[in-house]
Design a protein around this ligand. Structure first.
Ligand SMILES: [Zn+2]
Ligand SMILES: [Zn+2]
Length: 149
């Protein structure tokens, strides 16, 4: 579980990212950012519509694409072929994903800072011999969620 960022700071950051893309932070986009922050895990468009039945599918698609282009939202891969969306790491902080192979649900989890440093140092040692310059890592844990186990 990631700690949800201060809501006002989140909206300010989102508005400024959109502005530098020449876009406006419309109420529909703001509502989606709020919704993603409330859900606190990567969700499908279907889950978003289920939570807020008043949203229309076409506007959710359009606004998510816009938010993704502005670097506010990112797509998350799971074990099925449904796209899932979450707020970008530079807004909600570095974290990892628990991926359920049975139902496709994705949950966030945070690794303690000390473990992150150990992980980064070990990975850097391994990749440095290849000439690759590491800028970060992604690490998913694959298995079965509590509901499916
Ligand atoms: Zn599951
Ligand atoms: Zn990490």
């Amino acid at each position: 579980m990631t700690t949800p960022p201060d809501r006002q700071r989140l909206h300010d950051a989102a508005a400024s990212k959109l502005r530098s893309d020449g876009q406006l932070y419309t109420s529909g986009r703001r509502q989606l950012v709020d919704l993603l922050a409330d859900m606190n895990r990567p969700v499908t468009i279907y889950e978003l519509l289920e939570t807020k039945p008043k949203l229309t599918q076409s506007s959710v698609y359009r606004n998510l694409a816009m938010l993704e282009e502005a670097g506010i939202v990112q797509k998350v891969a799971s074990s099925d072929d449904r796209a899932r969306f979450e707020l970008a790491e530079d807004l909600i902080g570095h974290h990892h994903h628990l991926i359920c192979v049975a139902c496709g649900r994705v949950d966030d989890f945070v690794v303690p800072a000390r473990t992150e440093r150990t992980l980064d140092a070990a990975l850097e040692r391994i990749v440095s011999s290849t000439g690759f310059v590491a800028a970060g890592h992604r690490l998913d844990i694959v298995g079965t969620c509590a509901a499916c186990a």
